[in-house]
Design a protein around this ligand. Structure first.
Ligand SMILES: [Zn+2]
Ligand SMILES: [Zn+2]
Length: 337
C-alpha cells in the first residue's frame, strides 16, 4: 500500500496520487512530515520550511522556519528555544488566510499556548490536533474541538492500558504525597518535563500552599509563562540548597542522575502520563509515581473522534493498534506516517 512509501501524497479519498509532490491536489500529504496542499504549508515539521505551523514549542514539533505560524505564547517559547524566528501570530479562533488556506488556531489543552489547526478548503475541512488533552489543565487553555471532514489525531496513549484516573484524584494524590514527604523532613524532588509539565505541577502545588523551587532550565520557561500571562504563584530559582517546606522541580534526567545537589534526604516523584503503565513504575519502585498527563488518554481519544465526527481519522504517534480499535468502532481510520 502507498502508506508504506517514504513520500506520499494523499487525496481525501486516499487514492495514491502521482508524484512529484506539489504537483497534485488534495488536502494534505506526507513528505517526512505533514504538509497542507496545495500550498505546502508545513505542519509541525521538524526541518526548516518556507512556512510552517508550530502547534506548540516542544522540540518534536518545531523548527526554525522562514515564517512560523503559531499562537502568541508559542511564539515566545519558540524564540526562547530556537532564537529569533519570524512568526505570524494566530489569534485564538480567528481565521487567517495564508497561501490560499483559511487557517484557525484552536486551544489543544496540552501546554500553555498549544494549538490545534483547523483549515477549510473547497475539498473539505481538516482538524489537526497536535499533542492535545481534553481534560482540564492548571495552565493550558481548555481544548476546543470542532467538527471536521478529516481528523489528523495524535494517539500517544491509544491503548486501553492507558486510562487515567480522574484528574481530581491525581491532583489530590500529588498534593498529599508531597505534603507527607515534607512532614517527614524530606525534600520532595519532582521530575517533570521542563516545558509544560513543570509549570503545571508548579501551579498545582503553589495553589495548595506549597512553594516551589525550580531548576534553572525550568525557571527560565516559567518566566515566559508569567510574561505571557500565566501566573504560577510562589516559585523561585533553586539556589543549590533546599528550603524546608518547599518542593523542588527538576528535569527528568537530573532526578535519576543521583539526587539533588545540596539535599540530604530526598524523596523522588515522577509526574508523567506514563505512570499509568505499571511496567514504567517498576523501573523505580521506591519513588512516587503520579499519573498526571498532558496528553489525551485512551478514553479521551475516543471522545475526540466522537466529537469531531469526521469522515476519516488519520492517526499519528502511539500504537498502530489504535487504528484497528477505531475501525472496530465503525470509523474509517488510517495510520499516517
Ligand atoms: Zn508536546
Ligand atoms: Zn509531541
Amino acid at each position: 500500500m502507498a502508506e508504506n512509501s517514504r513520500q506520499q501524497w494523499l487525496s481525501p479519498e486516499m487514492t495514491p496520487l502521482p508524484k512529484p509532490p506539489g504537483h497534485v491536489s488534495g488536502l494534505f500529504g506526507i513528505d517526512r512530515g505533514l504538509f497542507l496542499l496545495p500550498s505546502r504549508i508545513a505542519v509541525d515539521v521538524t526541518r526548516r520550511q518556507a512556512i510552517g505551523f508550530i502547534s506548540h514549542a516542544h522540540m518534536d514539533h518545531a523548527a526554525h522556519h522562514a515564517l512560523a505560524l503559531c499562537t502568541e505564547t508559542t511564539a515566545r517559547l519558540v524564540r526562547h528555544r530556537l532564537g529569533n524566528v519570524t512568526t505570524k501570530v494566530m489569534p485564538w479562533g480567528q481565521p487567517i488566510e495564508v497561501a490560499g488556506h483559511v487557517l484557525k488556531a484552536l486551544p489543544a489543552g496540552h501546554i500553555f499556548g498549544s494549538a490545534m489547526l483547523y483549515t477549510e478548503h473547497q475539498r473539505g475541512s481538516v482538524l489537526y490536533t497536535g499533542d492535545f488533552r481534553l481534560e482540564e489543565s492548571a495552565t493550558a487553555e481548555p481544548a476546543e474541538l470542532c467538527q471536521a471532514d478529516y481528523l489528523i489525531m495524535e494517539c500517544t496513549f491509544g491503548h486501553p492500558r492507558y486510562r487515567l484516573p480522574p484528574r481530581a484524584t491525581v491532583i489530590e494524590m500529588l498534593i498529599e504525597k508531597v505534603t507527607q514527604s515534607i512532614s517527614r523532613g524530606a525534600t520532595p524532588v519532582i521530575s517533570a518535563y521542563v516545558l509544560g509539565k513543570s509549570q503545571e505541577v508548579t501551579k498545582i502545588l503553589t495553589s495548595a500552599g506549597i512553594p516551589v523551587l525550580q531548576d534553572p532550565a525550568v525557571y527560565e520557561i516559567s518566566q515566559i509563562y508569567q510574561e505571557a500571562g500565566c501566573d504560577l504563584g510562589d516559585f523561585r530559582l533553586y539556589s543549590g540548597r533546599p528550603v524546608p517546606g518547599c518542593a523542588v522541580i527538576v528535569p527528568p534526567r537530573s532526578v535519576t542522575a543521583g539526587g539533588l545537589p545540596g539535599a540530604l534526604h530526598v524523596e523522588r516523584f515522577h509526574v508523567t502520563g506514563w505512570a499509568m503503565d505499571p511496567r514504567r513504575q517498576r523501573t523505580a519502585p521506591n519513588d512516587h509515581w503520579i499519573p498526571l498527563s498532558d496528553h489525551a488518554d485512551f478514553d479521551q481519544l475516543l471522545t475526540a473522534v466522537e466529537q469531531v465526527s469526521p469522515k476519516a481519522v488519520f492517526c499519528t504517534h502511539g500504537p498502530k493498534s489504535f487504528v484497528e480499535e477505531l475501525r472496530s468502532r465503525g470509523h474509517d481510520a488510517r495510520w499516517l506516517e
